[in-house]
Write a protein that binds this ligand. Structure first.
Ligand code: AMP
Ligand code: MG
Length: 403
């Protein structure tokens, strides 16, 4: 069987960023920009008041000076008078400054002085409270390069620069197909021998968290005809995630059915625990995974194999998994020839990052998974760990990282 790393490389070698398409700015969060974006107006677009106050010549902005107010300019208006010595213009935040204005005295630093005049109660230095045209961004300048991720911080400047639609690598579509005669829907009460479908919910959460769009294709029973029918529908998506039916049981029909549907299998079984029977294949640009049925195995295989694929399809510069080191607290005694992933509780404080393995009953123990916020990687053949060792962890809640 191939290593986890070989499996990751095989998948990524088959993937490239999806074709760019125009996306509404308010729908583009987390997507990768496919082209550089430029400004079409200076920011600010005109010399503008940063406070409510009085636009005056520098020499008039002194404590005790009295000036005559010749005009009032609100935001959205344009001044008609220019500022000369002895005169000022009352101006509101966001309004264009009049010609000749050298500084703006805040309203708080003035008092009425009768007859359309005001008196300054403190001294304001030159160039105070004026935002000069183009000081933040020049018209025609690059705002972001191609490959940048649409982050919340970027949305405002793009909106201000008229980029209501941006070309991004589109979100991959992911079809989710559970398999198994014993699997009933989450709305049903399981009869004897039945269990509810957990995997489609874990997988849709994971896929959407990674930025993909998901469609739930339900549950296929363990019969060739029904399974093929469902797989054919699933081959319309960029990624098809089946779960269950890939190991060596009498009704594990997925490998055979995928082959009969024209899926070219690139690997089946890798050196991972949990999740060894995982299968990956391709057909006409659709990436197909036969994920193991056990819910924790399904989850782990998604994080380690599928999430990097989704990131690559989305054109992200770093596809992960993004490992960090942490100090293992407590023992982990199990030694295995396989690369093992164990749910852990990662804690970060000022100077250190620690992680504790969560006790589990095995690859179906969804409660142990629910208590975890990361997966601890135990390399093949290593251990027993006595505590205090550096281990690698991949945080499950980490795709909100936009860098
Ligand atoms: P299989 O690989 O089909 O033999 O499934 C392995 C184990 O995972 C069995 O105990 C199945 O009942 C369970 N399983 C398979 N699919 C699901 C699912 N969608 N939700 C929860 N458990 C599942
Ligand atoms: Mg099954």
């Amino acid at each position: 069987v191939i290593s986890v790393q070989e499996a990751q490389e095989t998948i990524l070698s088959r993937a490239q960023a999806l074709n760019p398409a125009p996306v509404r700015l308010d729908q583009a969060l987390g997507l990768t920009l496919a082209e550089p974006l430029h400004s079409d107006v200076d920011m600010p677009p005109f010399d503008k008041a940063a406070v409510d106050g009085f636009a005056v010549r520098a020499e008039d902005a002194e404590e005790g000076r009295v000036v005559e107010i010749v005009e009032e300019v609100m935001a959205g208006q344009v001044p008609t008078r220019c500022v000369v010595p002895g005169q000022g213009v009352r101006i509101m935040t966001g309004a264009p400054t009049p010609e000749g204005a050298e500084t703006i005295v805040m309203a708080e630093d003035s008092e009425p002085n009768g007859d359309g005049k005001i008196r300054f109660t403190s001294t304001t230095p030159p160039e105070r409270n004026i935002c000069r045209q183009g000081e933040d961004l020049r018209s025609g300048a690059e705002i972001v390069p191609a490959g940048a991720i649409m982050r919340p911080q970027l949305a405002g400047v793009l909106a201000a620069q008229g980029h209501g639609t941006v070309r991004c690598h589109r979100r991959p579509t992911v079809g989710l197909l559970a398999t198994g005669d014993e699997i009933v829907s989450t709305e049903d009460t399981p009869a004897a021998g039945q269990i509810r479908n957990a995997n489609n919910y874990s997988l849709s959460s994971q896929a959407r968290f990674a930025g993909a769009e998901t469609s739930d294709l339900g549950v296929a029973v363990d019969r060739d005809a029904e399974l093929s029918e469902a797989v054919r529908l699933g081959l319309e998506f960029d990624v098809l995630l089946l779960s269950g039916g890939v190991s060596a049981g009498a009704l594990d029909l997925v490998p055979k059915v995928l082959a009969s549907c024209g899926v070219e299998t690139l690997f089946h079984h890798i050196n991972i625990k949990p999740g060894r029977p995982v299968l990956y294949g391709v057909r006409n640009g659709t990436h197909v995974f036969g994920l193991p049925g056990n819910p924790v195995a399904t989850f782990v295989c998604f994080e380690i194999l599928v999430r990097p694929l989704i990131r690559k399809l989305m054109g992200k510069p770093e596809v992960g998994p993004h490992f960090r080191s942490a100090t293992l607290m407590g023992e982990f005694r199990k030694v295995d020839k396989r690369e093992r992933y164990v749910g852990g509780l990662l804690k970060e404080n000022k100077s250190e990052r620690t992680v504790t393995a969560i006790a589990t009953h095995g690859p179906a123990d969804l409660m142990a998974l629910a208590r975890s916020n990361c997966l601890i990687q135990i390399p093949p053949g290593t251990g027993p760990y006595m505590g205090g060792e550096e281990v690698q962890v991949v945080a499950v809640v980490d795709d909100s990282r936009m860098e």
